[in-house]
Write a protein that binds this ligand. Structure first.
Ligand SMILES: [Fe+2]
Length: 366
């Protein structure tokens, strides 16, 4: 019998065979049955549904082995496409790469016995927070083409975006640093989904096993002494709770959900929706924003969502828009004046719509 191997979607190839029934993330319906051969269309559909990991038949190689072969440092640091190429990044390139390296090293250490040293990660995260709190108008331009190391980059993007939201909510540095940490580590449990030490393999459905990453993450981070603060641990544990009380694991509602969790889950969604591992991008920044706004009060806290909209504006960085004079531009950032008058890049020129009363956006191209 073939062994079951959970693999990140980015590593699934045409022709791989599903080793277990796959459940829809929101209902309990079987999405694909065991034995299905994966093809391009199925992959696109899974991406659309934000399914990050699936079980396929393998030769029983250790997940560890697969991971170390794809997450080589050079692979990880390869230049990848940001949301809007040609526009400055949310944090300097070097800083971004610095966090990838320190976070990756720490994640590897997680598998080793005993407590581990988090100093380097803490240091790089503090530098990111310090860099972000002095910025006046944020440019939400993150690497979105995750060729490899999805979990690391997703953690970092979620962290950067969470700090932007937190800072817009006037949170102090004292709170932004733990928020950045919680966001960085929120999905760490996904790396341990196959580890029998943490997963109750016998009695649960596949969907429940996948969702266990919140409790696994919590257990690992607390046992290794990485996140000592109760608040941060709870944020990891509760990041799949929903504002209307239908989330996991506790079905907590509204303000009862950890505040850091309510922030990081919006950042989490935005990065997941705009990231891609294939050439065809799933959602444009504008579509991703609409997707998230449609879930205000259901999945997400409207108060936090309001701050998120202040960060990205109604036309997020990377949105291609048409102006009333026929010109086409790409949104760089909000102008800080209003949500509908962003700063654009047209060719090699910058146009601040808040300062040009005769020019406005008539439609979104993508
Ligand atoms: Fe998650």
């Amino acid at each position: 019998m073939a062994a079951v191997e959970w693999k990140p979607l980015e590593d699934i190839k045409n022709g791989d065979v599903l080793a277990e029934d796959l459940y829809d993330g929101t209902s309990f319906k079987v999405l694909l049955s065991k034995g299905t051969r994966i093809n391009e269309d199925i992959l696109k559909n899974l991406e659309k549904r934000e399914i990050l990991w699936i079980p396929v038949e393998g030769k029983g190689e250790k997940l560890e082995k697969i991971r170390s072969s794809i997450d080589l440092d050079q692979e990880l640091l390869k230049v990848e496409e940001p949301i809007a190429p040609g526009i400055r990044l949310s944090v300097p390139d070097e800083m971004y790469r610095g966090i990838i390296t320190s976070f990756k090293d720490l994640s590897e250490e997680l598998k080793v016995e005993g407590r581990i040293n988090t100093e380097t990660v803490e240091h790089t995260l503090a530098a990111v927070v310090d860099d972000l709190i002095i910025q006046e108008n944020y440019v939400v331009n993150l690497f979105r083409k995750h060729v490899s190391g999805y979990l690391y980059k997703h953690g970092i993007n979620t962290s950067i975006l969470s700090v932007m939201i937190g800072s817009t909510l006037s949170m102090s540095r004292y709170h932004l640093i733990p928020l950045a940490k919680a966001a960085l580590f929120h999905d760490v449990g996904l790396m341990f989904l196959k580890d029998p030490e943490y997963v109750d393999i016998g009695s649960l459905s596949d969907r429940d096993k996948l969702l266990q990453h919140t409790t696994i993450g919590y257990k690992i981070l607390s046992s290794k002494g990485i996140l000592q603060s109760r608040e941060i641990l709870d944020a990891v544990l509760e990041h799949h709770e929903k504002f209307d009380g239908t989330g996991i694991p506790f079905e907590k509602k509204g303000d009862d959900i950890n505040f850091y969790a309510r922030i990081l889950q919006i950042a989490d969604a935005y990065d997941s929706l705009t990231s891609t591992t294939t050439k065809a991008l799933k959602l444009s920044p504008y579509q991703a924003l609409k997707w998230i706004l449609a879930r205000s009060g259901k999945d997400y806290d409207p108060y936090v969502l309001n701050a998120f909209v202040k960060v990205v504006g109604m036309y997020p960085t990377g949105t291609k828009v048409k102006l009333n004079d026929g010109r086409i531009g790409t949104v760089m950032r909000t102008s800080g004046v209003g949500l509908l008058v962003p700063v654009l890049i047209i060719g090699d020129k910058i146009l601040d719509l808040s300062k040009n009363k005769n020019t406005w956006i008539v439609s979104v191209i993508e």
